[in-house]
Design a protein around this ligand. Structure first.
Ligand SMILES: C[S@@+](CC[C@H](N)C(=O)[O-])C[C@H]1O[C@@H](n2cnc3c(N)ncnc32)[C@H](O)[C@@H]1O
Length: 336
């Protein structure tokens, strides 16, 4: 039997969902499925659709995977990811037929508000990926988040309500989710939103991220690997919405290799990966990406290798670049 749990690194940008599911069918996504009851019910009731459940919590994914397996469901796949990554990197424009977001985390404190999933920007991203007339159902039991969701849905030009009002506070038709039941038991009012993607054209402001050929830079330097190692210190670099944090440096035990741990954030992708400075012969160094953890060779990785090479150049005036395959912007001096 096919496994329902998707391996992120095996999915192309965008993913070929027909190939993943083994058939063409309308695509439905549930974001933050939690216990997985609603997701499994959806997949059972709608056998002619391809259903993707996306979650960041591993225990939730494992529980849902067991349910899917026990029921032998073939039309559901589970992905551990931030929903924004699934939508922007893995889904083609106008490819999703239905989206369900049940009781998204409310992030109630003022300093956490930016973490909320649903806002006008998120609805814009969603609109780029949904088919015209695609359905969007949202529910929340959090009064303040409900105000924000109402505001976002009423101000977006890309969705309109399928109801005569923006929301209703009762919906007996749907299967209750775990958090819905908790909210009701604790006396909270639930808000249910049933929207549809309108025909309004949407600017394609959320491009699918690009992968580049494996980046490298080759340098010549009078410095030894030991001298390079002792000069290293953590630093950060930012360039056009890409943030790079150069973290620890490690020395391989029996090899002429330095391994720099880096965190690269370039929405919707965030990667923690290893950059390598390898001495091929005395004074000849190649900087490239370590394959550990299946990193993607993004623009941010190009920038990171360019910055590491720039740092090496700054250590000694006789250091020079012999060749590289990096984008011109990788050599920028602008820092965070
Ligand atoms: C409050 S729970 C609701 C669970 C379930 N939908 C329910 O109604 O019982 C919110 C869920 O969304 C998941 N989640 C939060 N942010 C997410 C994101 N950006 N992408 C995917 N899942 C997310 C959390 O891990 C959590 O399981």
């Amino acid at each position: 039997m096919t496994t329902s749990l998707l391996q992120n690194h095996q999915l192309r940008w965008p993913a070929n969902w027909a190939e993943v599911f083994g058939r063409e069918a309308p695509l439905i996504i549930e974001i933050g499925f939690g216990s997985g009851h609603f997701l499994v019910d959806l997949a059972q009731k709608r056998p002619s659709t391809n259903v993707i459940g996306v979650e960041i919590s591993l225990p939730s994914l494992e529980k849902a995977q067991r349910k899917v397996q026990n029921l032998g469901l073939q039309n559901v796949r589970l992905l551990q990811s931030d929903a924004r990554y699934l939508l922007q990197a893995l889904c083609q424009p106008e490819s999703i037929s239905e989206v369900y977001i049940n009781f998204p985390d409310p992030w109630p404190k003022a300093k956490q508000l930016h973490r909320r999933l649903i806002n006008v920007d998120f609805l814009h991203l969603l609109a780029t990926r949904m088919v015209p007339s695609g359905l969007l159902d949202v529910a929340t039991d959090h009064a303040d988040y409900a105000l924000a969701i109402t505001d976002a849905l009423e101000s977006t030009p890309y969705f309109r309500s399928r109801l005569t009002t923006t929301f209703v506070t009762e919906d007996t038709e749907r299967l209750r989710t775990k958090y819905e039941q908790i909210g009701l038991d604790e006396g909270r009012i639930c808000h249910y939103y049933k929207f549809v993607r309108c025909d309004t054209a949407v600017p394609q402001s959320y491009p699918i991220p690009k992968e580049f050929p494996m980046p490298h830079a080759v340098l010549q330097s009078p410095l030894s690997l030991d001298e390079i190692e002792v000069r290293y210190g953590r630093w950060q670099h930012s360039h056009h919405a890409c943030h790079i944090n150069f973290m620890e440096l490690y020395r391989a035990r029996d090899e002429d290799v330095l391994f720099v741990e880096a965190y690269i954030k370039e929405a919707p992708v965030a990667q923690r990966l290893g950059l390598v400075i390898r001495q091929r012969q005395p004074g000849n160094y190649v900087i490239n990406l370590h394959e550990l953890g299946f990193p993607r060779a993004t623009r941010g990785v190009q920038l990171a290798i360019g910055q590491l090479a720039t740092w090496l150049l700054s250590l000694h005036p006789q250091t020079e670049i012999l060749h590289h395959n990096l984008l011109p912007e990788s050599w920028t001096q602008e820092t965070a």
